[in-house]
Design a protein around this ligand. Structure first.
Ligand code: 13P
Ligand code: SF4
Length: 319
């Protein structure tokens, strides 16, 4: 079928109606991350952080999972549901953390750490997951690291900043793979300090994918869902938000009277605080992937079995 869009459909609210019709016809569930554009968040059956999304995927009863997020998230959903169809609106919705940990180099890296257990952040490929003992997300990273005896040497991959933050919080050294999120790495410490000066009553909430130089200015550090909880529960009327600005959609709904200030990136001329991979998905591509039932996530069954074990371990430890 052609990927062309009927003109009348693209002009009006047609995508929403068609997506709703396809959701019924396909018996599909739409899962979306907080960094997706507002229209996608609003049409999703569930919006959440990486942990909640993987928990929802694990429980899914629908025949088709439409994952409005990035590739590693949809791939995790497929590993948890090998018999279901998992669709991703844009197959190029990658992640600098997943792409920055090539399996062959990671395997070579691990040879330097005999006797170590491997904890991998969910933002990695199925192949990296298959080389890991346990998966974590930013909501449960501390708990997952802490699940190993204190004398157990650990490798943490692929986010060196999340790894360093957990390490410092738990006072526990880990060998860190040198990866990073290109979005969270691009927040400017100077501009956050300027914002604090300009808004003396504001509190700062930051994602642990940010470097330490940024996290040191934060009143709260945590996953997207914990940043949302902090914004709801904190009494401050102004919040400087140091993560991808897609989160502001839910935050504004939950905090109508508060001034939410997105932290800018390093360069004033770019939108570098927006994740270019998350933003590849659009309402139009969501409609098209449901209409055409492609792009579809495929994972080699043997690889999938190996990657499933550390994901299930994380889900068990998180329940
Ligand atoms: P969380 O939603 O788990 O905090 O993750 C953020 C992220 O970068 C997803 O790619
Ligand atoms: Fe990956 Fe960073 Fe984008 Fe999240 S925000 S998907 S970690 S590049």
């Amino acid at each position: 079928m052609s990927r062309n869009i009927n003109k009348d459909l693209s002009a009006g609210p047609g995508f929403v109606e068609e997506i709703n019709r396809l959701r019924r016809d396909l018996n599909a569930v739409i899962l979306a991350h907080y960094y997706q554009e507002p229209a996608i968040q609003d049409i999703a059956d569930f919006v959440g952080d990486s942990l909640a999304l993987s928990q929802r995927a694990a429980e899914a009863e629908a025949e088709v999972i439409v994952f409005a997020g990035v590739h590693f998230m949809a791939e995790t959903a497929k590993i948890l549901n090998p018999d279901k169809q998992v669709l991703l609106p844009d197959m190029d919705a990658g992640c600098s953390l997943a792409d920055g940990c090539p399996p062959a180099e990671f395997a070579e890296f691990l040879t330097k750490y005999p006797g170590h257990k491997v904890i991998s952040y969910i933002n990695c490929s199925a192949t990296t997951k298959a080389m890991s003992d346990l998966i974590c997300t930013s909501s449960n990273a501390m708990k997952m690291v802490d699940s190993f005896p204190s004398d157990q040497p650990l490798v943490f991959a692929p986010d060196r900043y999340l790894g360093a933050w957990v390490s410092q919080k738990l006072g526990r050294e880990m060998a860190l793979w040198p990866g990073s999120c290109e979005v969270h790495e691009a927040f400017s410490e100077d501009r956050i300090v300027e914002l604090r000066v300009a808004h003396p009553g504001a509190v700062v909430a930051a994602h642990p994918e940010c470097p330490e130089r940024v996290l040191q200015h934060a009143d709260h550090v945590g996953s997207t869902s914990s940043i949302l909880a902090f914004a709801r529960e904190n009494e401050a009327r102004e919040i400087i938000v140091v993560t991808e600005p897609g989160i502001l959609h839910q935050m504004q709904k939950e905090n109508p009277g508060k001034n939410l200030i997105p932290a800018p990136g390093l360069d004033e001329t770019c939108n570098c605080n927006e994740c270019p991979y998350m933003r590849k998905n659009t309402l139009e591509k969501l409609y098209l992937c449901m209409r055409d039932r492609t792009p579809e996530i495929q994972v080699d069954p043997e690889l999938s079995k190996k990657a499933l074990a550390p994901i299930l371990r994380m889900l068990e430890l998180s329940s």
